[in-house]
Design a binder for this molecule. Structure first.
Ligand code: UT7
Length: 331
């Protein structure tokens, strides 16, 4: 008899740093206005990591909340995946720092780099690793300290990003199939639209790259906007197709929270019921890999998600990368 392994989602957890940076604060830093930021993006404020905090500290706080909710021991975790583009250091992985802080020494660990789509890519990897029989309990974290890679003199980018972390715990199961479907995509011909030019082998960090602020995020916003709308709408529909589901079956949509206008345009293009779209971009801005999982955790805490609900996450980011996944929340 076939012994098929499925995935059960045990819990979620999230953490955002205490410090709030408002649009009015930004008005004092660059030539911008609350009016421009609010109408062009929907963002009102964002969280900023404390001076003495690191990316893995944010990840640790979110992970501990998920671990406590799941009522498991850190010793049970056999794999930790961290999705981030703002790691503690280029080497070793932020997952190694997190493992040390959690004392989760039975876990194999690695980072993935898929920018804002990192949590969806991570969910797909967790599913593949669990259903193949390789791992039994996986901690997936989406975390960013984007304020550390932001040029605070560039109004085109500095008003958009924020810091935060979210975590999810998965376990192997004979009965459950909580990762109902996942769909991923990428197009490396658009690497120049959204990137950090310096600090890698193509442009090692030098005095000049630092002076020219090339170690910070650069974005051609308008171009990114267009691809974001078409690819996120495609991903929403593809993940539903793969699961044999439609908009009627989805209880809540959690889109990547980069820009309210993108969220509205994706919902319209994908034929999504507007009332089912969760929004928290006004509070946090774009937290890249942390965005969808922080939003999901908050939606659960607010009672927007009930036991047994189907939630669809969709994201888009640098690469370009995109993806969507449909999750059953059964805890
Ligand atoms: O996380 C995944 C990837 N990221 C995204 O999905 C973000 C995608 N892009 C966007 O969300 C939008 O393109 C932005 C919010 C970045 C920009 O909005 P936009 O409507 O595309 O504005 P724009 O770039 O066309 O700029 C319009 C004007 C420009 O002035 P001029 O050239 O028309 O005189 C900008 O210089 O707004 C100006 N501008 C600003 N003005 C005040 C740009 N940034 C600001 C600012 N405050 N912060």
């Amino acid at each position: 008899m076939e012994n098929k392994i499925g995935v059960k989602i045990l819990s979620t957890g999230s953490y955002v740093p205490e410090r709030i940076l408002t649009n009015f604060d930004l008005e004092k830093m660059v030539e911008t206005s609350d009016e421009w930021i609010s109408t062009r993006t929907g963002i009102k404020e964002r969280r900023i990591i404390a001076k003495d905090q690191t990316t893995s500290d944010l990840a640790y706080n979110a992970s501990m909340k998920a671990i406590e909710k799941a009522k498991i021991s850190v010793d049970d975790i056999d794999l930790i995946i961290v999705a981030t583009i703002s790691p503690d250091a280029p080497m070793p992985s932020t997952a190694c720092y997190l493992q040390k802080k959690l004392k989760a020494f039975n876990a194999d660990v690695f980072d993935i780099s898929a920018a804002c789509s990192g949590f969806i890519y991570g969910t797909t990897i967790a599913k593949a690793f669990i259903t193949s029989g390789l791992y039994k309990k996986v901690l997936l974290v989406g975390v960013e300290a984007l304020s550390r890679v932001t040029d605070w003199t560039d109004r085109n980018t500095c008003v958009l990003f924020g810091d935060g972390a979210g975590a999810m715990i998965f376990e192997a199961s004979q009965e459950d199939n909580d990762i109902v479907s996942t769909y991923l995509g990428a197009d490396g011909t658009h690497t120049e639209l959204l990137n950090i030019p310096a600090g890698g082998s193509a442009m090692p960090t030098t005095k000049e790259t630092v002076e020219q602020k090339l170690n910070f995020v650069k974005m051609l916003g308008k171009e990114v906007f267009k691809v974001a709308v078409s690819k996120m709408a495609l991903a929403v529909n593809k993940a539903q197709e793969l699961a044999g589901l439609t908009d009627n079956d989805i209880n809540l949509y959690i889109p990547h929270q980069a820009n309210l206008r993108i969220i509205d345009a994706v919902a319209k293009k994908a034929g999504v019921t507007n009332e089912k779209v969760y929004i928290n971009v006004h509070k946090y801005g774009n937290m890249s890999a942390a965005t969808t999982i922080v939003a999901l955790d908050e939606a659960i805490q607010e009672g927007r998600v009930k036991k047994g609900d189907l939630v669809e996450l969709v994201a888009f980011g640098a690469g370009l990368t995109w993806g969507a996944c449909i999750l059953k929340i059964n805890f």
